[in-house]
Design a binder for this molecule. Structure first.
Ligand code: 3PG
Length: 398
């Protein structure tokens, strides 16, 4: 993997792909700026080397055009505070005015492109878009570990337009990749993976590939309901991906075949509505009311999961156990956070939400490693080469 410190960037125009996809509250205030702070080393290094810096990121999942609530304006403001310098926010990703701004950018100046996903071509890895983005700079740096599992224009496609002396991994990406290689090659066993969160569809394939690598797998959060439903449980109005029920069954079969122990919630905090004020009660999974929804794991599950963790030597945790943003449904995630933090295992926390959660629970300092990547870290543990990383590898036969 080519690293930024090994290429000559002095005085150049540098395009840095970052992952500024940070959690925000209902008023669009950033609740955890770890992903922004994690990119500062690379940005400062470029400024110290007299570069002009073009920053790019996605934020949320807009539908392919401008949407006010997905503008990178709050990110530009936070960057301004953290870097103590002016951040020029571009009006778009690649319109003429933006391209002009990039052209006129001087050494030591920083501009931030608007949300990459305002361009429909971004997630399609569109060649025209990749080419336009590449045309803005002399050097391409990928420091967006969290999105490097996506073959998108600003992550993968763009890299094709730079030779090996003009593209590299930033400090954050390089650090994450080194850490996960170490874990994949030499995990201390028992190796337990806890998977939760609400991005079910994106994570099921990862789970399937993860099963043979670990000794135990613990499934909580929104993702658990697809599994519970697959086992014939009533799940009421809980989050579920009906189409993925066969996948969930395949994962459970594979775990059985490989002798990997798989744990699901035994009780649920069910609520009448997705609302912090909603009436809620704890029910065994066998007694979920039809018109209610599960928003957290129950206390018996938190105890069970904590017991599962007690003999672990490596714990990989990805995804909260419930809607931790609402106090009423945060207890399960908080208990798991404390259990992971007090373990003697090597503890790896992945994903924006899970990182935010362990900060709120005060357990941050007791984790071995907090990754800025959720899906990306799962794919690395599966043994996959991330497209955004592959695009930076110097191929020997080239
Ligand atoms: C993440 O939050 O995991 C990354 O920023 C990737 O976002 P995505 O799942 O919307 O591609």
């Amino acid at each position: 993997l080519q690293e930024i410190k090994n290429i000559d960037i002095a005085g150049k125009k540098v395009f840095i792909r970052c992952d500024f996809n940070v959690p925000v509250d209902e008023y669009n205030n950033i609740t955890d700026d770890r992903r922004i702070r994690s990119a500062l080393n690379t940005i400062r290094y470029c400024i110290d080397n007299d570069c002009s810096v073009i920053l790019a990121s996605h934020f949320g999942r807009p539908k392919g055009g401008f949407e006010e609530k997905y503008s990178l304006e709050p990110i530009a403001k936070r960057l301004h505070i953290l870097l103590k310098q002016d951040i020029k926010l571009a009006p778009s990703v690649v319109c003429d005015q933006t391209l002009k701004m990039a052209k006129e950018l001087k050494a030591g100046e920083i501009m931030l492109l608007e949300n990459m996903r305002f361009e429909a071509g971004e997630t399609k890895n569109d060649e025209e878009l990749s080419k336009k983005l590449a045309s803005m700079a002399d050097v391409y740096i990928n420091d967006a570990f969290g999105v490097s599992h996506r073959a998108h224009s600003s992550v993968e496609g763009i890299a094709k337009y730079f030779d090996e002396n003009h593209k590299a991994a930033g400090f954050l990406l390089a650090k994450e990749i080194k850490f996960f290689h170490h874990i994949v090659e030499n995990p201390k066993r028992p190796f337990v993976s806890i998977v939760g969160g609400s991005k079910v569809s994106g994570k099921l394939e990862a789970l399937y590939n993860l099963v043979p690598k670990v000794d135990k797998i613990v499934i909580g959060g929104g993702m658990a309901f697809t599994f519970l439903k697959a086992l014939g449980h009533e799940i009421g109005k809980s989050l579920v991906e009906e189409d993925l029920i066969p996948e969930a069954l395949k994962i459970m079969d594979l775990a059985k075949q490989k002798g990997v122990k798989l744990y699901l919630p035994v009780d649920i905090v069910a609520a009448e509505a997705f609302d912090s004020e909603a009436i809620a009660k704890i029910v065994p999974v066998q007694e979920m009311p039809k018109s209610w929804m599960g928003l957290d794991i129950g206390p018996a599950t938190a105890l069970l999961f904590s017991e599962v963790l007690s003999d672990a030597n490596t714990i990989l945790w990805n995804g909260p156990m419930g809607v931790y943003e609402m106090e009423k449904f945060a207890k399960g995630s908080t208990k798991i956070s404390h259990a992971v933090a007090s373990s003697y295992a090597t503890t790896v926390v992945g994903g924006g939400d899970t990182a935010d959660l362990v900060r709120i629970t005060g357990d941050e300092a007791d984790m071995t490693f907090i990754s800025t990547g959720g899906g990306a870290s799962l794919e690395l543990i599966e043994g996959k080469i991330l497209p955004g990383v592959k695009a930076l590898v110097i191929e020997e036969d080239n």
